[in-house]
Ligand binder design. Sequence first.
Ligand SMILES: [Zn+2]
Length: 413
Amino acid sequence: MERVAPPGTSGDRAGLGSLPRLPVRDQIARECVNIAYGFFSPLEGFMGLSDLDSVAREMTLESGYIWSIPILFDVSQDHLSVRGIGAGERVLLTYQDQPLATMDVREVFTYDLESLAQQVYGTTDSAHPGVERTYNYHDRFMSGPITLVNPPQINPPFDRFWKTPRQLRQEMEDLGWSRVVAHQTRNVPHAGHEWLMKGAWLAAEADGILVSAVIGEKKTGDYIDEAIVLAHDRLREAGFFRQDVHRTSTLLWDMRYAGPREAVFHALVRKNLGCTHHMFGRDHAGVGGYYDTYAAHKVFDELPDLGIKSVLTLEWWYCPTCAGVAYEGLCGHQEQKQDLAGTLIRSIIQGGVEPAPTTLRREVLEVVRDCAEKYGFGSPFVGEKYLANRTPVMSMPKLELNGEDTGCTCRDK
Ligand SMILES: [Zn+2]
């Protein structure tokens, strides 16, 4: 399913100039794109009250389809009133001062945010980033279907990696992949990640591995998005994965850190991308101490078949006796394990020392250093300069609504 106005047709854009306009922030723009291209299938728009209530309480849409994370368009009643927007209206959503999508507003409603936080995140503690996001919602939610009228342009280096579900499924078909295991990441891959993917490929008897890098809001200290995607792709380029078994892709998503619920969401989205399996490791999509280390492993036991199987993995670490990267489920020298922790990898990246291939591939480190120069203002980690000056992942083409149709550069053929 795609809700994108076909390129070169003026029909869908006729009359757009007369619609009330509503500017949207980055998160909502990304979610419009995801809805329109089917990343969030079966959703065709932002959720209404009955779907929200059902997702919050039962982890299903009103239709009974399993769905774990509310997809909400929060908006201020003042903004709606000023523009004369209400239920029954069609509005033009704008982003970066350009038309993005139309929305047929079905409902404008409220929901108790504390109970929403409790249901989705299992806590009402505003120190939890997902709960904080919930508490920061505007005072109303607006539901209704979305149609993209001006598909955004994805900027380099992400343009090679951002593919619609339809494009990804086609690519998998062309590669002859029928069993595909998804790897969710927000990291530059170290040796543990590489072996996690290799182990999951074996466990799933997969034809291919799809790295699905989550690209969204960044905070200081995160890896820069450019380094994440290019470093993963380098594992394939350098032959640590055969050319025909590994692909890197992006998902435009702002992490909610909802632990088990987010794991279910990740599985549903990767199913839409054509994956048959999804790997879940330690503390998947968790934060702080809010969830059990393996909560994401247990949540699937209580759910019916989602159409995508989970591949549950324990940790990979360095073991001096095994003399290599070893698996928690196999290595008998637990007391000697050397964790491939993020902090260790960061110190390797920041230091000038050549890493051992049992920690970080030299080829990966080279990419990370190149990215620091080219995209990161000297650092592979997000800093103030990067936040203020980076090239956005998505840019809106200019779309003139009055007079001649200028046509759009729709990337999805
Ligand atoms: Zn060992």
